[in-house]
Design a protein around this ligand. Structure first.
Ligand SMILES: *Cc1c(COP(=O)(O)O)cnc(C)c1O
Length: 345
């Protein structure tokens, strides 16, 4: 905690996060439900997320890289960690030493050969590409991993957030056709869990919905918001008619504005300019006025009793903020920046 408290905070509701995980776990049916905590828990704080989910019974975490794994180890009791990008040569010593607590998800023939040479008796996972064409072995390369201690065979859906997309059923069929050689199987991310029980297999890998993201109609009203933004007012100003407001002079008076300690350097991007973004003041929506700048954002404070130093809540409801800004729910969360005081509730 810095000794000078920031005038900007992120409130993180860990009870809501746990409730979201429990909802996703229930929707996963008989499959175990893990949690993606890459990118520092989607910006929320991976260590705090891991601790809260461990208490709720979550056992499997996913990160992208070994640097993220190192930051999270040692894990809460009973948890293991999978590293989605596999393992590079430079990461082998760390990965082999961590085996048991953390293991790579091998994506390429070279990664499989590397793990076989270094740690043939240590557990690993495999990623198979079933049509997304991002990471993963081709189905025909799966046999190359024979003899390794493969715990889980994964694949990843390209269009799970579009329930009617033809690729979902096609990827499901391709995944079913694989010979996993007795290993567990895992296919579904957050949206994939809502595609139906066929998609759950043995283990699910939700990320965004844990943090309040809504990626399927069934999640609306069921998934609780987790992240809130609160910024302090640096200055209030009455802008007379005929005068402009902010960079580019894109808005004008007469207006009373409150200038908040929040800007695009905090991940509150310029896409929220000109009324796309909103604050909530006394239960009322208050539009962002003019352009969001690097460290400051003005809102309409006309007719409010707001004062310098007051804290103002920004509407950061993920589906709504995404729709209004044109940014994705993932970008909104992971872009939030380092200047917030993170307050866990
Ligand atoms: C990020 C990621 C997830 C989680 O996806 P969400 O859409 O955030 O639920 C699951 N699996 C893999 C392979 C991922 O990269």
């Amino acid at each position: 905690m810095p000794s000078v408290p920031p005038a900007l905070r992120l409130t993180i509701d860990l009870d809501a996060l746990v409730a979201n995980w429990r909802w996703l776990a229930a929707r996963s049916g008989g499959a175990a439900c893990g949690a993606a905590v890459k990118a520092d828990g989607y910006g929320v704080g991976a260590a705090r997320v891991a601790a809260a989910l461990a208490r709720a019974g979550c056992r499997t975490l996913f990160v992208a890289t070994w640097a993220e794994a190192e930051a999270l180890l040692p894990l809460p009791h009973g948890m293991t960690l999978r590293v989605l990008h596999g393992v590079r040569e430079a990461e082998l010593p760390f990965a082999v030493a961590a085996a048991g607590a953390a293991m790579p998800v091998l994506n390429t023939a070279a990664q499989v050969a590397r793990w076989r040479a270094a740690a043939p008796d240590r557990p690993c996972d495999l990623m198979v590409d079933t049509g997304m064409n991002r990471l993963g072995l081709a189905p025909g390369e799966l046999a190359a991993a024979q003899g390794l201690k493969v715990e889980t065979v994964h694949s990843h859906l390209a269009c799970a957030d579009e329930p009617d997309h033809v690729l979902n059923a096609r990827q499901l069929a391709a995944f079913r056709a694989l010979d996993a050689g007795g290993a567990q199987r895992s296919l579904a991310n957050s949206a994939g869990i809502c595609l139906g029980p066929d998609y759950a297999f043995d283990l699910t890998r939700p990320g965004i919905a844990l943090y309040g993201g809504v990626q399927h109609p069934d999640m609306a009203g069921a998934i609780r918001p987790v992240v809130g933004i609160e910024a302090q007012i640096v200055q209030l100003r009455d802008v007379p008619a005929g005068e402009s407001i902010g960079y580019g002079a894109t808005a004008s008076g007469p207006l009373r504005i409150a200038v908040l300690n929040l800007g695009y350097a905090d991940g509150y991007l310029r896409a929220f300019s000109g009324g796309a973004g909103e604050a909530i003041v006394g239960g009322e929506r208050r539009a962002v006025v003019g352009r969001v700048s690097m460290d400051l954002t003005a809102i309409d404070a006309t007719g409010t009793g707001l004062r310098e130093g007051d804290w103002v809540a920004i509407d950061f409801d993920l589906p709504r903020a995404a729709a209004r800004s044109g940014l994705s729910q993932y970008e909104l969360l992971t872009g939030l920046g380092a200047r917030y005081q993170r307050a866990y509730r």
